[in-house]
Design a protein around this ligand. Structure first.
Ligand SMILES: CC(C)(COP(=O)(O)OP(=O)(O)OC[C@H]1O[C@@H](n2cnc3c(N)ncnc32)[C@H](O)[C@@H]1OP(=O)(O)O)[C@@H](O)C(=O)NCCC(=O)NCCS
Length: 412
């Protein structure tokens, strides 16, 4: 254990299924909130005790950190990715190195599990950068007021239908799977995760309606859906309801347009909120007044490259690339050193090399660039990527990019 943590006072162990109440209690205290029973049950449904670390002090569980086992879409492929979650330290034990000790152990466990990358959502960005996480995806929070679609509907926009969430899982999953592989930053969802996404605990509705499912029927089948709800509001001037959009997933442009036409014009509402829009959300190009989307940029997925050669060879590149990158990694020494990355749109290899470095960066900057979100040129402008061979920067930066900006579809 590290900084300030003595092994006499604290020990780290793997949770068992009997530890759920401990986890709930630590999270409630650390986050300053109390989950209702419906949330507790829902969170438990995806919990993986065997991948949860607990820090114990004199028989008390005082900290925890967990992982969900899911896949992540990366440029040109899908990789196993540790989805880090439940990170909490009781306020009475904070700033003694407990998180640091758990992060070190967790990284070693993730490597042993064979997951080349780890991802997480951060309550505060400053927490995880010291552990090698980089800002890999961003999101837009939209608050749409006076915007409508530019064009009138056409017959090609098909038909919309409302479904109850419990009847919708199979249809939604089929649409999601068609879209997911091409949306870098999206996570796999098995039946357990669909149960979680659609469970809709009452105590988390914040006064809005239950979750509604809208599906779009194209030529022959369902090819798009939206998850949404309405928060009712009236004042002396009339209705002022709000549409709250959870996710919009569409296989075709017609489905996408039709779903958004609906979501921007629900009777008795005056605004539409979408908290997790992509930075390159097509809606920006569909509306008559893009400024009215009032997009606020925020951080989404933070990514940690856990195994450099497996991660770099596990994605594809937008253009041919042959570059030597020198990586520093204070926590995972196996990642440190010079790596030759050779690849392109169809294949990639990454091997240790003695050749001189073209580019040099720490593992956090590599994490920021990994999904094609932060350009290597941008990171170089920030001084996060050093460029011993200036001719290598632009070709490598173009190769690391991708045809869509990475996005995130859900928190976990
Ligand atoms: C964030 C949290 C897990 C940190 O745990 P911790 O055991 O206090 O962290 P550590 O003692 O290992 O801190 C390691 C370093 O990170 C810094 N750090 C940790 N959390 C920080 C924060 N929120 N803001 C600024 N610095 C932070 C510490 O100051 C320390 O710096 P140092 O090495 O220079 O001294 C804990 O404060 C917590 O539970 N917060 C509320 C819940 C939360 O936000 N969880 C994260 C979910 S994504």
């Amino acid at each position: 254990m590290t900084s300030g943590v003595t092994s006499d006072e604290y020990s780290v162990r793997v949770a068992t299924s009997d530890d759920w109440d401990h986890v709930v209690s630590v999270i409630a205290e650390a986050f300053g909130e109390a989950w209702e029973n419906d949330v507790i049950d829902n969170e438990r449904s995806t919990w993986e005790p065997e991948r949860t670390l607990l820090t114990v002090s004199r028989d008390d569980v005082v900290a925890c950190a967990g992982v969900f086992t899911r896949d992540l879409s990366v440029p040109g492929g899908v990789l196993p990715a540790a989805h880090v979650t439940l990170v909490s330290v009781r306020p009475t034990h904070r700033r003694r190195g407990l998180l640091t000790a758990m992060m070190r152990r967790q990284l070693a466990d993730i490597r042993a599990q064979g997951e080349p990358v780890a991802v997480l959502w951060a309550t505060e960005g400053r927490i995880y950068q010291r552990f090698g996480y980089g800002l890999a995806t961003q999101k837009l929070a939209l608050e749409v007021r006076e915007a409508r679609l530019r064009e009138q509907p056409t017959a090609a926009e098909g038909r919309l239908r409302s479904l109850s969430p419990s009847a919708a899982t199979e249809l939604l999953s089929k649409v999601y799977e068609q879209v997911r592989a091409d949306r870098v930053g999206w996570s796999s969802r098995d039946a357990r995760w669909w149960g979680y996404v659609l469970s809709d605990p009452k105590s988390e509705r914040d006064g809005a309606t239950p979750l509604r499912v809208l599906v779009h029927e194209g030529q022959s089948e369902v090819d798009g859906y939206a998850l949404w709800r309405v928060k009712r509001n009236w004042d002396g001037t009339g209705p002022k309801g709000q549409v709250k959009v959870r996710e919009v997933v569409a296989v075709t442009p017609e489905a996408y347009r039709s779903l958004w036409r609906f979501l921007l014009s629900v009777d008795l509402t005056r605004s539409t909120e979408y908290w997790c829009a992509a930075v390159d959300e097509p809606l920006l190009h569909l509306v008559d007044e893009p400024r009215q989307l009032a997009g606020r940029l925020g951080d989404a997925l933070w990514l940690r490259v856990v195994d450099v050669p497996a991660a770099l060879a596990g994605r594809r590149y937008a253009a041919p690339v042959d570059v030597v990158i020198e990586v520093t990694d204070a926590l995972v020494p196996e990642n440190a050193g010079r790596w030759r990355l050779a690849g392109g749109p169809d294949s990639a290899t990454c091997t240790r090399t003695d050749r001189p470095a073209d580019l040099a960066c720490d593992i956090g900057a590599l994490g920021a660039a990994y999904l094609g979100g932060a350009a290597l040129t941008t990171l170089a402008a920030a001084g996060r990527v050093a460029v011993p061979n200036p001719a290598a920067l632009v070709p490598a930066s173009l190769a690391f990019g991708w045809h869509r900006i990475p996005s995130a579809v859900e928190t976990f």
